[in-house]
Design a protein around this ligand. Structure first.
Ligand SMILES: Cc1ncc(COP(=O)(O)O)c(C=O)c1O
Length: 439
């Protein structure tokens, strides 16, 4: 008999705003927007109406047969919000497809330019880019890759960029320089004519727990990529579309990537939606030589999904939610610091906007993590559910096996009272989870 751990989960019944109810009538505050996705909360009637209106006309016009208002208007919004040269996109149904699309567009770009030898990707350890084979190959997430060892692309993995846990013998003030230099050394080692692209998360999500890079890092890797003709892919599936208080997370660093996968917050979880966004520079040779990108899927630019995303983006714009996240992100951080900053098992609080990570440790002085056998990150999630709190737990940030982090990523329209409720519940949940591991 198979023992399915997911069979023990509660059954979802309904949602409104930041709250979700299960079939037994229990209420949960959704402090992580599911997997950092539900950016305007649940049950938004305007989005539901926009989807229904689209369904009443037609659910889906296949992209090689028809254009659609929904897809074209949403493209215009993304172009305007992404800014600069990020003018092109292929819609997808989620993050992995968006990453896969960007990897393929990078390869197609080099093919179109006659640089067929540029086939290698460089990425970082402790990163998560998705579950398709290409996206999985460029990830640095041991637990999720182990079952597939031997079947993945050959990828160069660099050190994680984490100021709380810098590589051995690297001072925090030298971290940006050290990690950027690692990229250049690897490009030179492999041979610049072999390297297609460098892919990274501006703030690491599932594999790290909302880990930002130090100032200066993004500018340095931009210079290095340009110097060697390597494309830069900023994976903004989790940290993008407003979550960090700017529409693009890398806006904060004043850096524009060549390609940018987005998903989660684009459609806010109402329907499956993502996009592989790419620049004029990438588009030009592709359109000139091949006529168009040779990638995409049956459901690319699904009309009802685009209608949902368009309304989510209109609401974000009308209600000024990105600026609100920037402001209230500072408030959330202050409240987290007040409640947990002095906690003997909280090693680090980090992140930006409504993308905050809390790293739990056995020993604050030595940064020694909890024993992996305790599965502290999952204990916190389970205890949270018992307390009516949903958070996003991640593990393995230290060495691929050890490490416990909790991501707090509420909907952008969460009120300050709701943020207070999250912090209070989280603080008691962490205490209870740790106590349960001792008993
Ligand atoms: C940064 C990043 N990239 C890609 C993905 C994959 O997205 P999806 O699960 O929608 O396929 C995720 C998912 O968490 C992610 O966080």
């Amino acid at each position: 008999m198979i023992n399915d751990p997911l069979a023990a989960l509660p059954r979802v019944a309904s949602g409104k705003g930041i709250y979700v109810w299960d079939q037994d009538g229990r209420r949960y505050i959704d402090a992580s927007g599911g997997p950092a996705t539900f950016c305007i909360g649940h049950g938004n009637e305007e989005v539901n109406e926009a989807i229904k209106a689209q369904l009443d006309k037609i659910a889906f016009g296949y992209r090689y047969h028809f254009r659609s208002d929904a897809a074209e208007e949403l493209s215009e919004v993304i172009r305007e919000k992404a800014g600069g040269n990020l003018k092109h996109m292929i819609f997808t149904t989620g993050g992995s497809e968006s990453v896969e699309g960007c990897l393929k567009l990078a390869l197609q770009y080099h093919t179109a330019r006659g640089e067929m030898s540029r086939r290698r990707f460089i990425s970082r350890e402790r990163s998560w880019h998705g579950n398709t084979i290409g996206a999985l190959s460029v990830s640095g997430f041991k637990a999720r890759q182990d079952p597939y060892v031997g079947s993945m692309l050959e990828v160069s993995h660099l050190s994680p960029v984490n100021a709380y846990r810098p590589p051995a013998n690297v001072a925090v003030e030298n971290l940006a320089e050290f990690c950027a230099n690692e990229l250049e050394e690897e490009i030179l080692r492999v041979g610049p004519d072999q390297v297609a692209a460098f892919i990274f998360e501006p703030l690491v999500g599932a594999a790290g727990g909302a880990v930002p890079a130090p100032d200066g890092y993004a500018q340095r890797i931009r210079e290095i990529c340009d110097r060697h003709g390597v494309l830069m892919i900023a994976d903004e599936v989790m940290c993008g579309v407003g979550r960090c208080g700017t529409w693009r997370a890398l806006e904060h660093d004043g850096v524009e990537p060549d390609l940018m996968p987005i998903a989660k917050g684009l459609g806010g979880g109402y329907l499956p939606l993502g996009a592989a966004v790419y620049s004029e520079k990438v588009a030009e040779p592709i359109y000139e030589v091949h006529g168009m990108p040779i990638t995409g899927h049956t459901f690319t630019a699904h009309t009802a999904s685009c209608a949902a995303g368009l309304m989510v983006q209109k609401i974000m714009e009308r209600d000024n939610l990105v600026a609100k996240v920037a402001d209230d992100g500072l408030y959330l951080r202050r409240r987290l610091e007040e409640a947990l900053g002095g906690h003997e098992h909280v090693g680090n609080i980090r992140g930006r906007g409504f993308f905050q990570g809390i790293e739990l440790v056995e020993d604050r002085e030595t940064k020694e993590p909890f024993s992996p056998g305790v599965r502290m990150f999952q204990r916190v999630m389970k205890t949270g559910f018992e307390n009516g709190l949903i958070v996003y737990p991640t593990g393995g940030n230290v060495d691929g096996v050890k490490g416990d982090q909790i991501i707090v990523a509420p909907p952008y329209n969460a009120s300050r009272e709701e943020l207070d409720e999250i912090v209070t519940l989280l603080a008691s949940t962490i205490d209870q989870a740790i106590a349960s591991s001792r008993s």
